[in-house]
Design a binder for this molecule. Sequence first.
Ligand code: NAD
Length: 425
Amino acid sequence: MMLYKEPAPIKDRENPFESMMSRFNVAAEVLGLDEEVYNVLKSPTRQVIVNIPVTMDDGKVRVFEGFRVMHSNILGPSKGGIRYAPDVFLDEVKALAAWMTWKCAVVDIPYGGAKGGIICDPYSMSAGEIERLTRAYTNSLIDIFGPDRDIPAPDMGTGPREMAWLMDEYSKTRGSTEHAVVTGKPLVLGGSLGRVEATGRGVMVSAMAAMEKLGMDPNKSTAVVQGFGNVGAWAAKLMAERGVKILGISDVSGAYWNDNGIDIEAAIEYKNEHNGRLEGYKGAEMMDPNELLTTKVDVLVPAAVEDVITIHNVDKIQARLIVEGANGPTSYKADSIINEKGIMVVPDILANSGGVTVSYFEWVQNRMGFKWTLQRVNERAERIMNEAFERVYAASQKYNVPMRIAAYIVAIDKVAMTYKYRGGF
Ligand code: NAD
């Protein structure tokens, strides 16, 4: 019998839900949030744990554990990705679901927040096994999902392929084609132009807006990008196009450095030809991945995983600006040191919200039955990102708080006001 093994605890890792709540508490206090609303917002609306039996290729049945957490549906149907990873756990999914609530509120789109996950290693499973797992997960949550209830999307370990299976499975049970039940679909299946690059583009837009506030000239600025997946590679490419010299990049295979700036197009081409990894890339020198974050550059873009800027390295960070492409890359305990050092942080719930914004556009297009051009998608997303940046920046000035707390203030205020108008539930 094969038993699932608990992943080893990550040493010193802060609980992501507690990390999220710590910021939430600070913002709630600054805002003077009343107790009733605080109590409504502090816990997820609904948390579901499912056990999913799947017949593996060897004929044996394996049972996977999956989660779906709906943090809030005050602003509208809940929205959030599904993560396939061996070490995904409920508190992480809860934190990610809450971040989705704040993210949607910051960019002012009519969604609440949700997140899902399945404990599995998609990289060691066949396509058939992943398909059966995805369809079974969809079936077990069939009464949760829905274009007006809860709308999943891809996250780490999932992509357009899984979303297509989810949409198909959901549609079969409903007896009608339901494009709008999921976003991040393949283009031919109702996906939106511009969705793939949307998060990286939003990271670039926020980086440019922050650099302007700091009086930094992109053409004279340098940056490093941690993580060279969807978000990191697009952010690097689009920032480089605006003149920023990207000195370092990294992925799971290591960190890569070039004093003259990395040729991002060439690195992306290399990655695409090498199973999504930079391993063996010759256009740069290898460097210690830990040093990548603390080396002297103007802009640091963490775009890989959670908890990479912590009390263990925050002292050494030299960048003037951090733009968080990843969700939760900075631990709560590192916040105060960053603030003391005077580093501006464009927080995750603002910087990477370009993804959910274009997901929203995908849902709108599905419901209209009409496709937008790439230009329309990009222009509207850029406007929304810039407006959100200005709202958060204005709140940071008004309340004299860092951008992260300001983003929470903007988001919590919006959700709290909506809750009050709706009269509670
Ligand atoms: P991805 O799987 O496409 O890429 C992740 C990248 O990070 C890969 O290059 C991987 O090799 C690298 N990586 C993993 N661990 C690393 C480590 N310890 N050090 C350096 N590199 C490492 O994922 P993605 O979609 O680009 O997502 C990245 C982050 O952005 C995640 O936190 C995700 O939740 C967040 N995010 C993604 C989107 C989106 O639309 N894709 C939207 C919002 C937020």
